[in-house]
Design a protein around this ligand. Structure first.
Ligand SMILES: [Zn+2]
Length: 83
Protein backbone atom coordinates (compact mmCIF):
# COMPACT_ATOMS: atom_id res chain seq x y z
CA UNK A 1 0.00 0.00 0.00
CA UNK A 2 1.01 3.65 -0.17
CA UNK A 3 1.24 4.27 3.58
CA UNK A 4 4.80 5.51 3.25
CA UNK A 5 3.96 7.89 0.41
CA UNK A 6 1.12 9.46 2.40
CA UNK A 7 3.25 10.30 5.45
CA UNK A 8 6.54 11.29 3.84
CA UNK A 9 6.95 15.00 3.24
CA UNK A 10 8.97 15.75 0.14
CA UNK A 11 10.60 19.20 -0.02
CA UNK A 12 10.72 21.05 -3.36
CA UNK A 13 12.74 24.19 -4.11
CA UNK A 14 10.82 27.16 -5.51
CA UNK A 15 12.38 28.42 -8.76
CA UNK A 16 11.31 31.99 -7.90
CA UNK A 17 12.27 32.56 -4.26
CA UNK A 18 14.41 29.43 -3.61
CA UNK A 19 12.47 28.51 -0.48
CA UNK A 20 11.56 24.88 0.09
CA UNK A 21 7.93 23.79 0.39
CA UNK A 22 7.20 20.29 1.69
CA UNK A 23 4.22 18.34 0.42
CA UNK A 24 3.14 14.74 1.07
CA UNK A 25 4.99 12.57 -1.44
CA UNK A 26 1.76 10.86 -2.44
CA UNK A 27 0.19 14.17 -3.42
CA UNK A 28 3.24 15.24 -5.42
CA UNK A 29 3.30 11.94 -7.22
CA UNK A 30 -0.27 12.53 -8.42
CA UNK A 31 -0.27 16.31 -8.97
CA UNK A 32 3.35 16.61 -10.12
CA UNK A 33 3.33 20.16 -8.82
CA UNK A 34 3.24 22.16 -5.61
CA UNK A 35 2.44 25.72 -4.56
CA UNK A 36 5.22 27.70 -2.89
CA UNK A 37 4.24 28.66 0.65
CA UNK A 38 6.27 31.82 0.50
CA UNK A 39 5.46 33.44 -2.87
CA UNK A 40 2.56 31.32 -4.17
CA UNK A 41 4.43 30.30 -7.30
CA UNK A 42 3.56 26.96 -8.88
CA UNK A 43 6.46 24.55 -8.54
CA UNK A 44 6.40 21.86 -11.20
CA UNK A 45 8.29 18.65 -10.61
CA UNK A 46 10.86 17.92 -13.27
CA UNK A 47 11.02 14.40 -14.66
CA UNK A 48 14.21 14.02 -12.68
CA UNK A 49 12.56 15.05 -9.42
CA UNK A 50 9.62 12.78 -10.05
CA UNK A 51 11.95 9.90 -10.77
CA UNK A 52 13.90 10.63 -7.61
CA UNK A 53 10.68 10.77 -5.59
CA UNK A 54 9.47 7.45 -7.02
CA UNK A 55 12.82 5.85 -6.32
CA UNK A 56 12.87 7.16 -2.77
CA UNK A 57 9.37 5.91 -2.11
CA UNK A 58 9.95 2.45 -3.53
CA UNK A 59 13.14 2.18 -1.50
CA UNK A 60 11.26 3.25 1.63
CA UNK A 61 8.38 0.87 0.99
CA UNK A 62 10.81 -1.99 0.48
CA UNK A 63 12.61 -1.26 3.74
CA UNK A 64 9.34 -0.90 5.63
CA UNK A 65 7.96 -4.18 4.39
CA UNK A 66 11.13 -6.10 5.01
CA UNK A 67 11.76 -4.63 8.46
CA UNK A 68 8.17 -5.05 9.57
CA UNK A 69 8.55 -2.07 11.91
CA UNK A 70 6.82 0.71 10.05
CA UNK A 71 6.98 3.31 12.81
CA UNK A 72 10.70 3.16 13.37
CA UNK A 73 11.42 3.19 9.66
CA UNK A 74 9.15 6.18 9.06
CA UNK A 75 11.08 8.32 11.51
CA UNK A 76 14.37 7.51 9.87
CA UNK A 77 12.92 8.25 6.45
CA UNK A 78 11.60 11.65 7.44
CA UNK A 79 15.07 12.59 8.54
CA UNK A 80 16.55 11.32 5.31
CA UNK A 81 14.13 13.31 3.18
CA UNK A 82 14.60 16.48 5.23
CA UNK A 83 18.30 16.65 4.46
ZN1 LIG B 1 8.50 30.85 -3.91
Amino acid sequence: MSSVASVVQYPLPCPECKNYTSQPAEKLRIDRKSICRVCGNTIRLTDQQLESLERTLSHMSGCGLRGGQQDEVSEELEEAVAQ
